[in-house]
Every structure is written in C-alpha cells, then in structure tokens.
Design a protein around this ligand. Structure first.
Ligand SMILES: *Cc1c(COP(=O)(O)O)cnc(C)c1O
Ligand code: SF4
Length: 375
C-alpha cells in the first residue's frame, strides 16, 4: 500500500473529531482533493470513467475540502453535496445559448479586478482560488487561467479608482473566495478601503462558512470586527450543508456584529423543489442567516446540465410566499446578460387594472379587487 492510499484510508476511517488537524483550515486546504485519481481512491467509481473525468478536470479543475467531502452521503448516487463538487461528464455537453462569460464581466471590468456595473457599488475580485470548486460556478472560465491573487500593484490601481469615484458607497470583496487570503493580507485590503471616506459599507462574498467553516476562526472575526460595517454574503444551497460546524462559523461572524446573508443558486436535482428550498431557508433563519437571493443558474459553459427552467424558480417562490416566514423567502433573480444587471422575478400577484381598482391574487390563489387610491 502506498503512502497516499494509506493516508486516504486513515482519513476515511478516522472520524473527523479524532483527527487533530481537522479544525486547521490550512490543513483542510492542503488536503483538498484536487485530482481525479485521488477522488477515485477516496470514492471508488467505474474505472472506465477515469479518462473522461480527467479530461473534464483538465478544463474545469476540482477541489473538495475533506470537511465538505465528509458531508457526502455515500449511499446516495444523487447526493446534493456530491453533485455540487464532483466533476461530471455532462460538463462537456453543449447547450444552446451558453457561453463562457454571458454576464460580460470582462467587458464591464473598468480596470483589472474591478467591476463597476451599478451606480453606487463596485465589486472587487481578489483571487480565483476557492476551497471547493462548485460545478455551477459562474466564473468557471477563470479556473483555467491558473491560480492568481491580485498583486499589490493591481490593488493600488483599484484603490485609486475607488477613491476617485465618490458615488461608490458599497464595495463587494469577492473572488474566487477572498477568505483564502491570509488574515493579514485581507486586513490590508480592508484597511485601505476604510481610508476612502465615501465607502460606507463593505461586503464580503465567501463560501467558507459552507465549505471550509474552520476558516472562520477567532483571529479572522476579531480582525473583521474592526472594519465594520461589514456584511457577509455566503452561499448555502442545500439544507444538508447546515451542520454544527457551518452553524458555529456563522455564529462567530454574527457575534462580531456582521450580518450574514445567503445567496443560493437554483440547481437541477440539487435544490429545485419547494420542499428543499423551504427547508434550506427555514434552516438558515435558525442559524441567523437571512436568505437574500435565489439565483437562476447563469448560462455558463459547463453548467447546462444543472440549469432549470425559469418557471421552476417562480413556482418555488410561489410555494414559499405566505406559507412560511417572509424572512425565509429570498428574491429570485436572473443576472441579465452582458451586464444588464440583476432582474428580480415574482410570481404574478398583480393580475390587471379595472377602473379605480386593481385585481390581485392572494398567496392561496384567491382573486380579489382592491381599491386603488388616486395619486
Ligand atoms: C450582484 C452584484 C452587485 C451587488 O448587487 P446587489 O443587488 O446590491 O446585491 C454588485 N456588482 C456586481 C457586478 C454584481 O454582480
Ligand atoms: S465559491 Fe463561488 S466563486 Fe468559488 S467556485 Fe463556488 S460559486 Fe464559484
């Protein structure tokens, strides 16, 4: 038995709690599964699939932290955790109207690493590295460019742009996953942003609470606390991702006075039912996380097999609104192509105008007339 194999068997047999390194986020990153051969050893599948998956992974790499891997239910061939992180031959399928950068992020990038699409907010991408590569990722095209982190020089140009644009009051730090940076590097970015007076709020977009909750350590949250107001947006997609670890990670962020919101992506066979989405959103409220957006999966190459018809999202929202806490109901949005921005979609509660009335539909489907006061 080679050393690699021995290590995997050890990991598989050892309950996470007795692994002394389990809570060390750097260990989790170092031991992430990034090769099909390693995946095959840890999770045996048909050997004849090896070559095709190797080909998929050469285009769209994989990375799965031991923590996220441990959440997979090995008995379920359609496990929702597995489907989010295992490369699939279907990623090579061709679909109509699918492209590498449908949102025109590259075109909208006024300067390297900065997207200024909306009047008062800008988005910075700090790295393309993520602890787990989600198969549905909008930025999949970036993965092939190799691992990069913004250089000091690029950051200087970004700060200068932000300083000159006084209309920007909300800056989103995104990636990749920005929390892959060391706490010190991240602090330098926050420190620099905070020297710009017109920046009111800073948002951090990260999937770490879900795929690498160990990263949310005390050192990180006490650093973040100093640069508030900060809002953290994370990315839970399935109720099974709500674990003791991910709940504690969110709790540590919340205790630092940083609100946590969630942005899910609607994914075929993973969370595309009212039942699963309701369970997810109710579960999020229980851990203090507010469901913010439910995204239609973008028409990005390599994700076609995970996309749902738009009606599916509307049906889910219709099945939630009124039937559960309004706080649990996210806004269903489509990211418009070529930088048109996010477009919110609602089931039809407004039916028509009639003289001085409007005709509305209640959540249970009853239709009624409502007097419309004159302006
Ligand atoms: C989503 C997004 C934002 C933030 O949008 P909100 O609706 O304010 O959450 C900002 N910039 C870009 C490029 C985005 O894609
Ligand atoms: S965490 Fe976000 S940026 Fe990273 S792979 Fe997943 S969807 Fe893409």
């Amino acid at each position: 038995m080679n050393a690699d194999m021995q290590e995997i068997l050890l990991e598989a047999e050892e309950p996470p709690s007795s692994n002394p390194n389990w809570n060390d986020w750097r260990w989790q990153l170092r031991n992430a599964i990034t090769k099909i051969s390693k995946l095959h050893k840890a999770f045996p599948f048909d050997t004849d699939k090896l070559a095709v998956l190797d080909k998929v992974a050469s285009k769209y790499p994989l990375a799965i932290t031991p923590y996220y891997f441990s959440l997979i239910d090995r008995k379920n061939p359609n496990d929702p955790i597995m489907m989010q992180c295992f490369p699939s031959p279907e990623e090579e399928n061709l679909y109509f109207h699918i492209q590498d950068d449908p949102l025109g992020e590259e075109k909208d990038s006024v300067i390297t690493g900065l997207v200024h699409r909306y009047p008062d907010r800008a988005l910075i991408t700090l790295t393309d590295i993520c602890p787990v590569y989600c198969r549905h990722c909008t930025r999949k095209r970036e993965w092939c460019k190799g691992k990069w982190v913004r250089s000091a020089r690029e950051l200087e140009v970004i700060y200068r742009y932000l300083l000159l644009h006084e209309e920007i009051r909300d800056v989103i730090i995104s990636g990749g996953d920005p929390l892959i940076l060391s706490t010190g590097k991240l602090e330098a970015v926050l420190y620099n942003l905070r020297t710009i007076k017109h920046i009111e709020i800073i948002r951090i977009g990260t999937r770490c609470p879900v795929v690498l909750p160990q990263r949310i350590d005390i050192e990180l949250v006490s650093m973040l606390k100093k640069y508030r107001p900060i809002w953290l947006n994370t990315h839970f997609n399935h109720p099974r991702e709500i674990t003791g670890e991910s709940a504690s990670a969110c709790d540590r962020i919340l205790c630092a006075g940083i609100p946590v919101n969630n942005q899910s992506v609607l994914l075929k066979g993973i969370n595309d039912s009212t039942e699963v989405m309701t369970k997810l959103c109710q579960g999020l409220l229980k851990i203090g996380v507010r469901p913010y957006y439910l995204f239609q999966c973008d028409p990005v190459s390599g994700t076609g097999h995970l996309r749902t018809p738009i009606e599916k999202g509307l049906e889910i929202i219709k099945g939630m609104r009124g039937f559960t806490s309004g706080l649990a109901v996210p806004t269903f949005v489509i990211d418009g192509l070529e930088g048109q921005g996010k477009i919110p979609l609602q089931p039809d509660y407004f039916l028509s105008h009639e003289k001085d009335c409007v005709i509305l539909k209640g959540y249970k489907g009853e239709i009624f007339r409502y007097y419309n006061p004159r302006g």
